[in-house]
Design a binder for this molecule. Sequence first.
Ligand code: SAH
Length: 220
Amino acid sequence: MGNVNHASDRDRMVDSQIQNPYDSRPPVVDDAVLRAMRKVPRHLFVPEEHQNLAYEDRPLPIGHGQTISQPYIVAIMTELLKLESQHRVLEVGTGSGYQAAVLAEIAGEVYSVEIVESLAMLARERLAALDYRNVTVRAGDGYLGWPEYAPFDAIIATAAPKDVPQSLIDQLKPGGRMVLPVGPAWRTQMLKLVERHSDGSITRDNIMAVGFVPMIRDKG
Ligand code: SAH
């Protein structure tokens, strides 16, 4: 009790779900990622009625039919990006802003696009209140990326398109890495790592089966 900041809950979350998962999930080992997961106050990114579940091993509803991803998934996707402090990162699917905060703890600049305007506004306010000055949130369709700030060292999508969007591949720097779920709506999807190598070639790897909300498109 008296642990208003929930630091010990986060330590327990990282130990039992992320660093030494109690099941067959591959552990996350990157120190910068583990440090960020111990630091970002996840309970402040979930609706008040679910705050008691903020450090559990599960996604949670954030309104508008959307969810904040399971902590382990946030950690493993962030690790796959191999972020460095000078990196510029694009996120598609700001949602609560939690993943953006984790990225912002490690990378230099984070640009995040959210298609539901009220979620974008709430995330922007929340991130400002927590003093994340290196995150810029825009309301819009992130399928097309964010050409004004491209190219990016890393791209992460937290909603699943049916196929890897060519528009996002085109906004990766040489040496850049993209992590995203790909597959049909409301079915199991595949978490993929897409790399643009310095010789210009593109490779894709399948990482694990995941379940994300679908990436929706603006009409018109
Ligand atoms: N990263 C978020 C997870 C949000 S769930 C977090 O940490 O909380 C995925 C989000 O993607 C939803 O908020 C959904 O509205 C958004 N989304 C779906 N399609 C999108 C698109 N085309 N462009 C931008 N955001 C999109």
